[in-house]
Each structure stands twice: as structure tokens, then as C-alpha cells.
Design a protein. Structure first.
Length: 196
């Protein structure tokens, strides 16, 4: 994982005016070790957040709690969690519970919950720190609903190389209720979240 951080730093340094990084955090560490990792490898490298973390089971989602605890000291650092398959609705509910337990930690629901997009949108509507990544959308209806219901919580993503960035952008532009909402999703929201 340290090699990944080194590679990410090299890519950012090649064009620091164009790229910001989200760094990885290993799951299963103690609270103290997780806090030290966040301090040294995330904050120490000026990353703007953590993720995308990809828990494959409910047990692994529960292992996110030390990361949430560590992020309480860094309110501007969001955590980006994969919430499409293999993450189940039960797993998403565990993540929602962590959001409620640690309300100061911004959380990005990667891929908007997949087939559980209605649950993710409903949660984001009620919880200020919950955001929705629009990449790998389950259906165009999910993107349209998110942009209509929680326009200030939607973040453009393409899931490249699996998704095509241009098509993802065009989907947002096509289903968005207004130009203002399109601009929020395509950059305004993430700029505000990351304070850039």
C-alpha cells in the first residue's frame, strides 16, 4: 500500500495544479495504528480524502470504524466508500450507522449504492455529511433522481477505466434539471467539499 501512495504522489506532482489525491488506508488496524496511518500517509501527503475503500463484506465495513474515529480530528477529509456490488443493503446500512455515529465525517457513497440507490439518496437527503458519487450508475433514473432530490450532494465520477468519462458527463448533462445543478455535480460540489 505504501508503493501505491508513492505512485499516487508522483502522479500528483507531475501536475499539481490539476490533480488532488485520495489515499488508501488498510483495514483491520488498531485505532491507534489507523490514526497514525492517517496522520502520516494521508495528512502528511496533503491528500484531500481517503478512498475509494472497497469493503467486500459486512465485517470489512465494520472495520471502517477506526478510520471514522481517526477522521474526527480532520473534519475536512472525506472518506469514499464503494457501495455497489458486492456491498449489500445490509452493508450500506452499517455504513449509514457509522455516518450517524460520526456526524462530522463527510462520507461519499461510491456508485450511489448501486441497486440500492433509492436508500442512498434518501439517506443523503437527511444527513448533511453524506455525498453521492454518480459513477457506474445503476440506471439513468438514479442519476436524475439524485440530481433532483439532492443536487448539492452529487459528485461527478466515471469509474474509469470501467466507465467512459465523456458518457458519464453527458448523462449528467442530459438528465440534470438545470444548468446550475449540472455545474454543481460537475465540480462545484467537490470543490466545496474539499475546500479547493
Amino acid at each position: 500500500m505504501k508503493d501505491t501512495i508513492l505512485e499516487l504522489n508522483q502522479a500528483i506532482q507531475a501536475a499539481p495544479d490539476r490533480f488532488y489525491g485520495f489515499g488508501p488506508v488498510p483495514l483491520g488496524l488498531s485505532e491507534q495504528a489507523t490514526a497514525e496511518w492517517v496522520s502520516e500517509y494521508i495528512v502528511g501527503n496533503s491528500f484531500k480524502g481517503i478512498g475509494e475503500l472497497t469493503p467486500g463484506s459486512e465485517t470489512q465495513i465494520e472495520q471502517l470504524e477506526p478510520v471514522f474515529k481517526a477522521l474526527e480530528d480532520y473534519h475536512s477529509l472525506p472518506i469514499w466508500v464503494h457501495t455497489f456490488n458486492p456491498v449489500t443493503l445490509n452493508g450500506i446500512k452499517i455504513l449509514m450507522g457509522l455516518c450517524q455515529k460520526y456526524p462530522a465525517v463527510p462520507v461519499i457513497f461510491g456508485h450511489m449504492g448501486g441497486s440500492n440507490w433509492m436508500d442512498a439518496i434518501s439517506f443523503a437527503k437527511e444527513h448533511g455529511q453524506a455525498y453521492l458519487d454518480l459513477s457506474a450508475a445503476f440506471t439513468p433514473l438514479s442519476v436524475k433522481t439524485a440530481l433532483t432530490e439532492v443536487p448539492e450532494k452529487c459528485l461527478f465520477g466515471s469509474d474509469a477505466p470501467f466507465g467512459e468519462p465523456q458518457l458519464c458527463r453527458q448523462l449528467i448533462e442530459f438528465v440534470s434539471p438545470s444548468f446550475t445543478v449540472t455545474e454543481l455535480a460537475l465540480g462545484g460540489n467537490i470543490e466545496r467539499l474539499l475546500r479547493i
